[in-house]
Design a protein. Structure first.
Length: 202
């Protein structure tokens, strides 16, 4: 009984605090927070349940479009592209990632889109496209590294995800070309990003 009462008090306090915080923020801020939360949830379902990825990302996209939050739209499109890729709908994947680049100049989300395009090129054995998208991705990484300290927590998390995925995709590509040394080098780079990401969260 005592534990139940304590739980009720904690929940009530959380609601009151949340309500007070919401009053101090603008409706646009609340909308952006909701979009970021939906996108984070969509990412959390990657490789677990692509139907959940689609539903959450679609909700994030619609809310971001409603409030004019282009970066939120771009991230949602990248999650929708991931879902389409997992369903082996490569044409739709490319359409969605192209929309990302048309929608925003956000280099982080454009990096994620480049890497997804690398994945499609690898699966469809389009070598020219693979290296074109890889070159774009590496250029974005180089530019972003120079301003990494200006990225907020969400951007940094997405940047690390994009960089890690870049090296994983490249490693797989080189492995199947029987270029084992290059494949290992790419995995080593991905491991460095993982260790750096862990340090940044401490």
């Amino acid at each position: 009984m005592k534990q139940a009462l304590t739980l009720c008090i904690v929940v009530a306090a959380t609601i009151v605090i949340g309500w007070g915080c919401a009053r101090e923020t603008t409706s646009e801020d609340v909308g952006r927070q909701r979009v970021d939360s939906l996108n984070a949830s969509a990412y959390g379902w990657h490789y677990r349940n692509v139907d959940s990825v689609r539903v959450l990302a679609q909700a994030a996209y619609e809310e971001a479009e409603r409030i004019g939050y282009a970066t939120g739209e771009a991230e949602a499109l990248n999650h929708l592209a991931f879902e389409r890729f997992q369903q082996m709908d490569f044409d739709s994947t490319l359409t969605l990632t192209t929309r990302v680049e048309e929608l925003t100049g956000d280099a982080v989300e454009c990096l994620v889109a480049d890497v997804m395009q690398m994945r499609v090129a690898q699966r469809t054995s389009d070598n020219l496209a693979f290296f074109r998208h890889r070159s774009h991705a590496l250029q974005r990484v180089s530019r972003l590294q120079k301003h990494k300290n200006k990225l907020d927590e969400r951007q940094l998390r997405r940047f690390n995800y994009g960089c890690g995925d870049l090296h994983i995709v490249a490693s797989t590509y080189f492995y199947y070309l029987d270029q084992r040394e290059r494949a290992i080098d790419e995995i080593d780079e991905e491991s460095k990003i993982g260790r750096a990401s862990c340090r940044e969260r401490v």
